[in-house]
Design a protein around this ligand. Structure first.
Ligand SMILES: Nc1nc2c(ncn2[C@@H]2O[C@H](COP(=O)(O)OP(=O)(O)OP(=O)(O)O)[C@@H](O)[C@H]2O)c(=O)[nH]1
Ligand SMILES: [Mg+2]
Length: 313
C-alpha cells in the first residue's frame, strides 16, 4: 500500500465525485461564453463548495473573463483548478508527530461519521507503512459493540504485523468514564514505548456531561502525563454530509483545537467540494481520506490529485 493517490485511488475517488464531475466535464468542449461560467457556478453548487465560496470564485472568473484572460473553456477550467489548489494548498497535510513519542492523536466526530473505521485504517497505515507501534484507546464507552468493533480492528492490524511491532487496544467496561480509559491508555502507551496513541471518542451525548465537556476532560487527563498532547486532533467528517460538515467542525472546534480532517466515505456519493469549503472557511487541512470500508482504504490527501479527480476531464 502506497499512500499516495495511486491510480486505483484516483479512479475510486472519481467514482465518489461522479455527480459533480459530470457537471464539470459537460463544460469541457463547449465554446467559451458567459453561459459557460454559469455552468461552472451550477457545478460548484452541486459539488458542495458552498454559496459564499462559489460566489467568490465565480466573481473572480467573470472578472477575468471580461478582461479577456481566457482564450477557451480549457483555460477557464485550468484557472478554476489552480484556484482550487491554491485554496487547498497548505504545509499542514502531514500528520504531526511529537519529537518525543508517543504522539497522541485524538479522533473526534459525530455519531456514525466513520471514526472507528478511520482509526483502524490510520493504525494500520502507521504500523505497516511507518513501522510504528500503536496503542488505541477505546474511549467511546457508550455501547459494548463499539468497543468490540475497535478490538476486532486492532486484532486484524496486529495479525499483519511482524517482529515486535504492535497494535494494542486499551479498554474498560461499557459505560465507564472515557477519561479513565484515556488515562490508562496514556500510561500503557508510555510504558510500552508506543510511537502513537490513538484515542477513539463517542460522537453523541450519552451522559449528563455534555459531549464537549467530556472531550475537554479527556484532554486534561492525557495532559497530566503528556503535557503537549494531543499533537493531532483529527475531525472525522462523513464526506456525504456536505455543507453540514462546516457546522460540525465549528462545534468541535469550541472544545478542542482541530488540527486536521479525516474525510471518510469519499468513495460514496460524496460531492467532495466540502474539502475546499472547509479549508477556506476554517483553515483546517484535510489530511486523510477514507475511500472504502477496508483497512487499506485510506489515502493521504493530495491536493493536486483531488483537484484533478474533481475537475479533470
Ligand atoms: N464506504 C465507506 N464506508 C465507510 C468509510 N469509513 C467508514 N465507513 C462506514 O461507515 C459506518 C460507520 O463507521 P464507524 O467507523 O463505525 O463510525 P463511528 O464514527 O465510529 O460511529 P459511532 O461509533 O457509532 O459514532 C460503517 O459502516 C463503516 O464501515 C469509508 O471511507 N468508505
Ligand atoms: Mg465508533
Amino acid at each position: 500500500m502506497v499512500l499516495r493517490f495511486i491510480k486505483g485511488v484516483v479512479e475510486k475517488l472519481k467514482g465518489g465525485l461522479s455527480k459533480a464531475r459530470g457537471l464539470f466535464s459537460a463544460i469541457f468542449g463547449r465554446s467559451l461564453s458567459e453561459e459557460t461560467i454559469n455552468m461552472v457556478e451550477e457545478a460548484l453548487f452541486s459539488a458542495d463548495i458552498g454559496v459564499s465560496l462559489t460566489t467568490l470564485i465565480i466573481e473572480e472568473l467573470k472578472e477575468r473573463y471580461k478582461k479577456g484572460e481566457f482564450k477557451d473553456t480549457d483555460s477557464l477550467m485550468e484557472a478554476l483548478k489552480e484556484k482550487f489548489v491554491k485554496i487547498l494548498e497548505s504545509n499542514g497535510n502531514e500528520l504531526r508527530l511529537s519529537p518525543s513519542p508517543p504522539t497522541v492523536v485524538l479522533v473526534v466526530g459525530v455519531n456514525g461519521s466513520g471514526k472507528t473505521t478511520s482509526i483502524a485504517k490510520l493504525a494500520h497505515y502507521l504500523a505497516t507503512e511507518k513501522g510504528m507501534s500503536v496503542v488505541v484507546a477505546a474511549c467511546d464507552t457508550f455501547r459494548a459493540a463499539a468497543i468490540e468493533q475497535l478490538e476486532k480492528w486492532c486484532e486484524r492490524v496486529q495479525s499483519r504485523l511482524k517482529g515486535d511491532k504492535f497494535c494494542r487496544l486499551i479498554k474498560h467496561e461499557t459505560g465507564s468514564d472515557p477519561a479513565a480509559v484515556a488515562y490508562d491508555a496514556t500510561d500503557a502507551a508510555i510504558a510500552r514505548r508506543a510511537d502513537v496513541l490513538i484515542i477513539d471518542t463517542a460522537g453523541r451525548m450519552h451522559t449528563k456531561v455534555p459531549l464537549m465537556e467530556e472531550l475537554r476532560k479527556l484532554v486534561r487527563v492525557v495532559q497530566k502525563k503528556i503535557p503537549d498532547a494531543p499533537h493531532e486532533v483529527l475531525l472525522v467528517l462523513d464526506a456525504t454530509t456536505g455543507q453540514n460538515g462546516i457546522s460540525q467542525a465549528e462545534k468541535f472546534r469550541e472544545a478542542v483545537p482541530l488540527t486536521g480532517i479525516f474525510l471518510a466515505k469519499l468513495d460514496g456519493t460524496a460531492k467532495g467540494g466540502i474539502v475546499v469549503a472547509i479549508k477556506e472557511r476554517l483553515g483546517i487541512p484535510v489530511k486523510f481520506a477514507g475511500i472504502g470500508e477496508k483497512l487499506e482504504d485510506i489515502a493521504k490527501f493530495d491536493v493536486a490529485s483531488f483537484a484533478e479527480a474533481l475537475l479533470g476531464r
